[in-house]
Design a protein. Sequence first.
Length: 100
Amino acid sequence: MSAWRPVPEGLAIAVRVTPRAARDVLAAGTEHHLAARVCAPPVDGAANTAVIALVAKAFQVPRSAVRLAGGDTARIKRLLITGDSDMLARRAASLYGAVP
């Protein structure tokens, strides 16, 4: 699986999460996942909530448009972003420095 792929609802992304970071950052990762660093600890879903908020901000969508599709307790999470898949894919590509 690549870091993101269009789906009928919008865009599916894979994100590798590092909790307890100094600041919240979403950036390019590998070809298989984006990289997220969040300040929140991996306790009681705090890191998952922080990742959802971070992804929503980075993709300029409301938090309600981002949901965890898999990997609740795993380091690599699958998220679904609801919206225009072409626009969302351009934003994902921009994280890798690709021209949107």
